[in-house]
Design a protein around this ligand. Structure first.
Ligand SMILES: O=C1C[C@@](O)(C(=O)O)C[C@@H](O)[C@@H]1O
Length: 231
């Protein structure tokens, strides 16, 4: 299956692919959190949903639950691209800077998958130049550069939105969101400024990050707020 990030993609984030029927018709894709699933490759083998999958096997050192060596963790992620439904993979920017991530990205692309290069900051929203540099590096090493930060104030949220706007204007494909209460609205507003991916659980009790809306709510907020017909 294909997944184009030319326009906004709402990804229903889950550890359980059995959620797909509930996301169908609302979300554009499923983000399968392999690191939170028991037998992720078996689950992919059994998947017969309609929505394309963005596969994520998040490392413990980046806020996930995969505790194996990066080379093994990324091998499992690349193995996921053998399934037709897997249209994209998420690889941490810190890995893409080294051979272990660059090799995984090359193998994923050879299998037809798009690479989302991700950066997370669970403590703060970095200063503008750092945000700008990280996002541009991620959009250069990945096909989509994704930055999830933690906002503590309106100034943090606004800085992230402005950096999103600037990156989009100079032609990078980016996805941004601020975690936490102060950043919650950015999940709905960042797409207006060019962010190409939103993450939301089907059931709010299963949120995969602080401050997420449920998928229905995010879909309607993004649709209401965005003046871009592609969104
Ligand atoms: O990286 C991201 C973004 C995210 O952390 C969020 O804030 O919505 C949710 C994760 O599942 C996803 O892999």
């Amino acid at each position: 299956m294909d997944l184009s990030f030319d326009s906004f993609v709402l990804a229903a984030s889950t550890a359980d692919l059995a959620d797909e029927p509930a996301a169908r018709g609302v979300a554009d894709a499923v983000e399968f959190r392999m690191d939170l699933a028991d037998d992720p490759l078996d689950a992919l083998d059994e998947y017969d949903g309609d929505l394309p999958i963005l596969a994520t096997n998040r490392a413990e050192w980046e806020g996930g639950e995969a505790d194996t060596a990066d080379v093994d963790r990324l091998d499992t992620l690349v193995a996921a691209t053998e399934f037709d439904a897997v249209a994209a993979v998420d690889i941490e920017l810190a890995c893409l800077r080294a051979d272990v991530g660059a090799d995984a990205a090359a193998r994923a692309r050879a299998a037809g998958a798009t690479v989302v290069a991700s950066v997370h900051d669970f403590d703060r929203t970095p200063a503008r130049t750092e945000l700008t540099d990280l996002l541009h590096e991620a959009a250069t090493l990945g096909d989509v550069g994704k930055l999830a930060v933690t906002a503590h104030s309106n100034a943090d949220a606004l800085r992230l939105l402005d950096v999103t706007r600037a990156a989009t204007e100079w032609g990078d494909t980016v996805a941004t969101m601020a975690m936490g209460e102060a950043g919650r609205h950015t999940r709905a507003v960042a797409p207006v400024y060019g962010s190409k991916i939103g993450y939301a659980p089907v059931d709010p009790a299963d949120a995969t990050a602080p401050g997420q809306y449920d998928v229905q709510t995010l879909r309607s907020l993004v649709a209401d707020l965005s003046s871009n017909p592609d969104v």
